[in-house]
Design a protein around this ligand. Sequence first.
Ligand code: SF4
Length: 348
Amino acid sequence: MMTHPNFDQLKDRLAGIVPEFELEAKFELAREILELKREKNAVILGHNYMEPALFHTIPDHVGDSLELSRVAARTDAEIIVFCGVKFMAETAKILNPGKTVLLPSTKAGCSLAASITAEDVRRLKERFPGVPVVTYVNTYADVKAESDVCCTSSNAVAVVESLASDTVIFLPDEYLARNVARETGKRIIFPTLDEGAPGELGYEMIGWHGRCEVHERYTVQDIEDVRRMFPDVVILSHPECSPEVVEASDFAGSTTAMIRYVEKTSAPRYLLLTECSMGDNVMAAYPDKEFLRLCTVRCPHMNQITLEDTLSALKLGRHVIEVPEDVRVRAATALERMIAIGPSGKRD
Ligand code: SF4
């Protein structure tokens, strides 16, 4: 559970990250939101990619998809306000259907989630009958409903290894799939839906060409340029980056794994190859550590969630997330299997 800072604490924490004049207005909005939240018995969940003034003021819980899913599943609050993108709010509704789930903006989508439809998954299953389907949580409810188990970037390898199957369909992130294949030593193919019946199995993973429009932009050249200027930098990347970028980094892991890495190590300086606001939020949380900024990449979908829209969401009870019950039940099974495997692969 997060504690909400007073204005002076917030000013100190975000000094050099958010200009003070901007912070005053945002703090006032945050104060209104917190008051309304208490009146309405709501809980606010904030993804690590929320902009710093929002991230450090209103959420009761912050974290990555898996952590926030777990909180959403067990909350007693009547309303869950999800400061994240649509697939995350859907996940909260799937896991805790008796609650009202609000997403502050209808424009908060995701390039990965939009890369695949439930019909695509059904066609893949027809083409590869009996092969279990692992789906990244960054997908919409109807896609999850067609899947055997979901995964996050923190437990993707553990989920794949937990299946008693030589071959696995892994959707929809091409780079996460390639990184999992690399780590597990599996051979991977990316078939089209129009090809005929598959020939002899010369592969162990079947992937899809979805990409995160943020993480796909980082290149090995970026890493080489930074290392030339700062040879002692420790570079952390997200597994939605290309395998070449992951290979050239010092550490790769989910947003939470990156935060823990920074917390537990004492490098002269760090560079986080991930979403910009996440970089700002980590900088604010660890003022004694030095960070390099290579930040031109803000997720346009996460960026839709503002304090203004969160206030309207609470005032007007919008935008309510609905998931049809037959889809919800099947998607919940895939998500609950993922949650049982946990972040590190240990069942709990
Ligand atoms: S950062 Fe990438 S995966 Fe996350 S919401 Fe944005 S586009 Fe989707």
